[in-house]
Write a protein that binds this ligand. Structure first.
Ligand code: ADP
Length: 396
């Protein structure tokens, strides 16, 4: 068991571009830490530096309080589980799990037998010990790979997108298995994924990376409720948060489909800005027809055109096109490019209760609570409403 500390870690490959840029992170003993971000954000590079497969350009890496920058991978006592499992096809499940122990060459045979059988028991692989990897399901192969990590009694487990080769159903099952196993063993775990469901469900904390730079490290709930910027806000949540441009005029916030007075707190947060981005999660909207007068109090109601409805049984999504405020187009397009996103599509996505009778190609009256919205600086993307009470900003 060990804590892992990263201090100002930088990785520059040959071309000089920093793949990992000044990342500092404290991973506690026994913690399940997720590294998440879009492809190319540097998460695998970070993991490979921790395990020792990649040199660290600058900064300090400490495992259990000891600086290990210059230690060979085999001297770091970490166990890595790869995406392709890296199993030996000609060896049985037993021998695959025993492999790291035999490699060490010091372990007596009865000790190897005991450890492999104990790991197989934990992973429910006992009845498959004589089989070859080719004859196993994807999930079973995954468990063999984990068995190999367990028998080594490593200080930490490192996972590099371990589930990305599996189909959706198996991925869900394995996710739960990994979580159970980690809880049972209490081993420090660093887990790389680009999948936000894995990030949100597995992690004690999640570190969100973008272009080599750490954006936010927080519990899944905090990432969802208090994202520090538009990048994190747009990355966490499905369907993603709506970003709607808004003008600030005479103490009011002017969205393309509604205008309403700002609370004092929001006014202070917005300061001198004349244009902001409002972040509204699809699930924060309601069909006003389903709410009583008390529920409608304190929120904002607006009429709008719905063009498409997707009804999924347990929920439904409505799509509402809108026009951006005049004069904001260019700034918005620059912002969209900067964020590499298609989120600025001039349409609102709204998750409605399945009871809602709002139809496609019709007018609808919707409701949202402005205290649950986020307001971002359009240039930096920073969340201006973090300091306000609750998750967002209040109306006056
Ligand atoms: P992720 O795992 O988040 O997809 P990586 O850590 O693999 O991202 O890559 C981060 C950045 O570093 C990318 O721009 C990638 O092209 C670059 N990179 C990764 N490996 C190498 C390498 N061996 N040589 C040069 N550049 C690399």
């Amino acid at each position: 068991m060990a804590e892992i500390t990263l201090r100002n870690i930088v990785k520059q490959y040959g071309d000089g571009y920093p793949a990992v840029n000044d990342v500092s992170l404290d991973i506690a003993d026994g913690e399940f830490m997720i590294l998440v971000g879009p492809s190319g954000c540097g998460k695998s590079t970070l993991l490979r530096m921790i395990v020792g497969l990649e040199d660290i350009t600058s900064g300090d890496l400490l495992i259990g309080g000891q600086r290990v920058n210059d230690k060979a991978p085999r001297d770091r006592n970490l166990a890595m589980v790869f995406q392709n499992y890296a199993l030996y096809p000609h060896l049985s499940v037993f021998e695959n799990i025993a492999f790291p122990l035999r490699l060490r060459g010091k372990e007596p045979e009865d000790e190897i037998q005991r450890k492999v059988r104990a790991a197989a028991e934990t992973l429910e692989l006992t009845e498959h010990l004589d089989r070859k990897p080719a004859n196993l399901s994807g999930g079973q192969r995954q468990r063999v790979a984990m068995g190999r990590a367990i028998v080594r009694n490593a200080d930490a487990f490192l996972f590099d997108e371990p589930l990305s080769n599996l189909d959706a159903k198996l991925r869900g099952q394995m996710r739960t298995e990994i979580l159970r196993l980690q809880r049972r063993l209490g081993t420090t775990t660093v887990y790389v994924t680009h999948d936000q469901t894995e990030a949100m469900t597995l992690g004690d904390r999640v570190a969100v990376l973008r272009k080599g730079v750490l954006q936010q490290v927080a519990s899944p709930r905090e990432l969802y409720e208090q994202p520090v910027n538009m990048f994190v806000a747009g990355f966490i949540g499905s369907p993603p948060m709506n970003f709607v441009p808004a003008l600030v005029q005479d103490g009011e916030l002017v969205l393309p489909f509604v205008r309403f007075p700002m609370s004092d707190g929001l006014r202070a947060a917005v300061a001198e800005r004349s244009l902001v981005m409002v972040g509204l999660r699809p699930e924060r909207f309601e069909d006003a027809a389903l709410l009583d007068a008390a529920a409608l109090q304190g929120g904002v109601r607006f009429r709008t055109r719905v063009d498409v409805i997707e009804w999924l049984g347990n929920e439904q999504y409505a799509y509402l096109p809108y026009d951006v405020p005049a004069g904001t187009d260019r700034q918005l397009q620059e912002l969209a490019r900067e964020l590499d996103s298609e989120r600025m599509r001039n349409q609102l996505v709204v998750a409605l209760d399945p009871q809602s009778r709002i139809g496609a190609d019709s007018d609808a009256e919707l409701w949202f609570d402005p205290r649950r919205m986020h307001v971002f600086d359009p240039a930096s993307g920073d969340n201006l409403t973090l300091s306000l009470a609750g998750a967002g900003a209040g109306v006056g």
